[in-house]
Design a protein around this ligand. Sequence first.
Ligand code: NI
Length: 143
Amino acid sequence: MNNKRGRSVMRISMSLPKKLLNEFDEVLKDRGYNSRSKGIRDALKDYIVRYQWMKDIEGDRIGIVAVIYNHQYTGVLEDLTDIQHEFRDYINATMHIHMTGKNCLEVIVVKGEAQEIRNLTEKIMRLKGVEHVKLTTAAGGEQ
Ligand code: NI
């Protein structure tokens, strides 16, 4: 199937939690989008860019992993602690902020080989109960 501009497009259907879709629509409204499809396309592009950027970091890095999670979600605290113990050689410090009644912000200071930092970040991203993860790094080796 082609769209008006002659580009090849595919139609997909998907199931989403109602709350997530409502929040997404709210963001689209705030940002002045009048097409949900356009919003989803832009969100997918952002996701791809973020992943590719994470894939591109290399060498010795220093940075932070910011994690927002729901501490009431069963097992998430234990999983997050297990992962941090597993990657303890790459973690300098962790700061925990009790954001709201249910949400916590954990800021993990990381230092070391990019691949290990990426593995740590991706493991946290896959955890159920984790709502947001953002990795920021800079070159951290001896220059
Ligand atoms: Ni907390």
